[in-house]
Each structure stands twice: as C-alpha cells, then as structure tokens.
Design a protein around this ligand. Structure first.
Ligand SMILES: [Zn+2]
Length: 137
C-alpha cells in the first residue's frame, strides 16, 4: 500500500495536465513503515523524451531529488508518469523498464479528462501487480 495526501495527488494531477499531451513523469519520496509507503514529497520532473507515449527523466533533476531525499532523511518510494490517452495500466515498455521490485510505479490516466485515474503497481518477475493507493487529507 502507498499513502499520499490529497495535496500530493493534486500535484501529480497538475504536473500531468501541464505536460499533456506529452507524458509527464516524476519521483516520490517518503518513508516506509513495514509494508506501507507514506509519500512526503512529489517531485515533478521533465520528460526529456517530450513524447505522448514514452518518458525519460532528466538525469540532473533526478540527481537533485536524490540530494533532497538524503537531506530530509527520506527514501525513494517509486515514480509516477501519466498516460495522456491510454488507461492506467503499465505498457509492455513500462514493465520492461521496471527493474526495481520494491518500487511503486504510479500511473495517472488522463484518458477521461474529467475523471483521471491513479493506480499504483509493483513489477514482480515481469508482471505488474496492482497495489492499493490510499488518499487522505
Ligand atoms: Zn506508461
């Protein structure tokens, strides 16, 4: 399970709408309590692919995130990216590029503009397994 605040959710939403129709991407920092990840900060990053179907995170921005995580005593919980025109499911490429079994891979679908859908996945043995996303104030 991964827990994020409504404000964090809004930040993912805003970052994704701003990037649309290109995919947006970013990283999630926070703490781990047993099996539960608690998001403390959403880092919106630049998709240097500038593509509606792919993303690559800017390496210098990633480096700045790692420094900020260290400064705050947080860990990298996972990442997020948007699917401007497809469902909130990892694409084959998403699964192929997901190497970290422990990380959460969040996908925000903007397919239905009025009802964005945020889902989280763990990638295990090449298979995407959905995990619970809890939003709270
Ligand atoms: Zn994707």
């Amino acid at each position: 399970m991964i827990i994020l605040s409504n404000q964090h959710y809004q930040e993912i939403l805003t970052h994704s709408f701003n990037a649309s129709p290109m995919e947006a991407c970013g990283l999630l920092g926070g703490i781990v309590e047993g099996d539960v990840k608690v998001v403390k900060k959403v880092y919106g990053l630049t998709n240097i692919d500038q593509s509606p179907e792919h993303f690559s995170m800017d390496p210098s921005e990633q480096f700045a995130v790692v420094k900020d995580l260290r400064k705050n005593g947080w860990v990298l919980l996972g990442n997020f990216h948007s699917h401007p025109a497809s469902p909130a499911r990892p694409s084959e490429e998403d699964q192929r590029l997901a190497f970290d079994r422990k990380a959460s891979y969040l996908i925000l679908s903007l397919l239905e503009k009025d009802t964005p859908i945020l889902k989280s996945f763990r990638i295990q043995g090449g298979e995407a397994v959905e995990e619970l996303v809890l939003r709270q104030d």
